[in-house]
Design a protein around this ligand. Structure first.
Ligand code: HEC
Ligand code: HEC
Length: 396
């Protein structure tokens, strides 16, 4: 029974790998898709090479020392999947403290919205693990967006931003919601900057944060400051303690969940330090996803191979960020895990397997950075702020 299950699992895993490669092979038209093709293939080639390099150099070392090195005893598959921290400090120069503090204020400031009633923090609540717990987010004047809001915690390390990857960094991403009519609804980036320019506290803060710039306050530096803040939103968890060698950091049940997660093939897509955030995949790669309304990257690239393709979300803090999926269609984590088994792996996970995986996913709930959990003090309006603000400002 156990053996049959194991064989089934291995087959699923091979199948899922084939699926990943097949997708990578046919999505070539859009530049980002092409880049991803390269990185998916490279990642797989590299990990194989890395494993063999590691073995051979370990062998050389132990041959020289005439013994068995500790590294040889480690499961290379485990190392390959989880050891690197490369994503955490990805792209972009190390932000200065002035940039982070400025970004923290902008993140919480509703004056960056047309009607002064929505900020980044409205939909990505920092005390609620960076989400709003709504199926889809509610923005300006109660307008409903069409997608579930992903968490901002740990997002900066993902290879791209948004469910469809349409921004490459958090710095680039941050401008999007400010001018999105369903979110903060500013008429333009310039309109947002015009408001900020009337607030003396911000004029000073931008000068301190961007001393090298001839014009320290632009829509671009707004994005850079918010991005700098987001790069600090990292949440180390018990899982990291476990990976760093404390084998008591997980309960037996959680280790069992990790085993199921890796045996059935979840980690083919949910991999790396964020357990996701490193590739695009089709949702419903094995069995079609029930809700076909949002076609994911296809909307962006118009490439048929991109239909229903989304960024594989990271799973850090996932126990705290219900509901799940781009369409917010799963209310509980057990439901989400069951659906993944079915639609990505064509596998009916047992209740026991699902509950073990859910237990392990709980070990990814991290520590929120305490210094950011209280609302920052925002600089007060200047004398002309209300004059330059879009009409909505004055209506309120
Ligand atoms: C009205 C709610 C709302 C507001 C306001 C809002 N967001 Fe979002 N945010 C969302 C939704 C919904 C998505 C997913 C949209 C998509 O993928 O198309 C998202 C996506 C993101 C992502 C991508 C995360 C990932 O894993 O891909 C980041 C980062 C982010 N928002 C940061 C911000 C910042 C910074 C602000 C303020 C400038 C902001 N958001 C304002 C709802 C909101
Ligand atoms: C072939 C790739 C693939 C495999 C295999 C896979 N997933 Fe996913 N996973 C995805 C994609 C893509 C999404 C985003 C889908 C969407 O929202 O439309 C996702 C979303 C999720 C989410 C929701 C996260 C959120 O914040 O909304 C959870 C939880 C999850 N996966 C867990 C698992 C588990 C557990 C397994 C194994 C049973 C698994 N996944 C297998 C690609 C995969």
């Amino acid at each position: 029974m156990q053996a049959t299950r194991q064989m089934q699992a291995t087959r699923r895993m091979q199948w899922a790998l084939l699926g990943a490669l097949a997708w990578a092979g046919c999505a070539r038209s859009a530049p980002q898709a092409a880049a991803q093709t390269v990185s998916t293939q490279t990642a797989q080639t590299v990990s194989t090479q890395a494993a063999s390099t590691q073995t051979s150099s370990a062998q050389t070392a132990s041959a020289q020392a005439g013994g068995t090195s500790a590294a040889e005893k480690l499961n290379p598959r485990l190392l390959r999947r989880f050891k690197s921290l490369r994503g955490v400090l990805a792209a972009g120069p190390e932000p200065t403290d002035e940039q982070v503090q400025l970004g923290r204020m902008l993140y919480a400031d509703k004056r960056l919205s047309r009607d002064r009633d929505v900020s980044c923090a409205s939909c990505h609540v920092l005390t609620k693990y960076g989400v709003d717990n709504a199926q889809t987010s509610v923005g300006e004047k109660g307008a409903h967006g069409t997608r579930n809001s992903p968490t901002v915690y740990n997002a900066a390390g993902h290879f791209v931003q948004f469910w469809d990857g349409r921004a490459s960094t958090v710095e680039e991403q941050a401008g999007g919601p400010i001018v999105n009519p369903l979110e903060m609804a500013m008429p333009s980036g310039d309109a947002a900057v015009a408001v900020l320019k009337t607030i003396p506290g911000y004029v000073a803060a931008f000068e301190k944060a961007f001393p090298q710039e001839s014009d320290p306050m632009t829509f671009k530096t707004v994005g850079r400051a918010i991005g700098a803040f987001e790069r600090k939103l990292v949440t180390p968890a018990r899982w990291d303690r476990f990976l760093d060698g404390d084998k008591t950091a997980l309960t037996d049940r959680e280790v069992e969940g990790l085993r199921v997660f890796s045996d059935v093939g979840c980690l083919v897509c949910h991999t790396g330090e964020f357990l996701g955030g490193s590739m695009f995949q089709k949702v419903g790669s094995a069995v079609a996803w029930p809700n076909q309304k949002d076609q994911g990257r296809f909307t962006l690239t118009k490439n048929p191979a991109d239909k229903m393709v989304f960024k594989v979300p990271g799973l850090r803090n996932v126990a705290m960020t219900a509901p799940y999926f781009h369409d917010g269609s799963a209310k509980t984590l057990s439901e989400a895990v069951t659906l993944m088994g079915k639609h990505q792996l064509n596998l009916d996970l047992t209740d026991d397997e699902v509950s073990a995986v859910v237990a392990w996913l709980g070990s990814l709930t991290g520590e929120l950075p305490k210094e950011f959990l209280t609302a920052p003090v925002l600089p007060p309006d200047g004398p002309t702020t209300m004059n330059v603000a879009p009409e909505g400002h004055r209506a309120n």
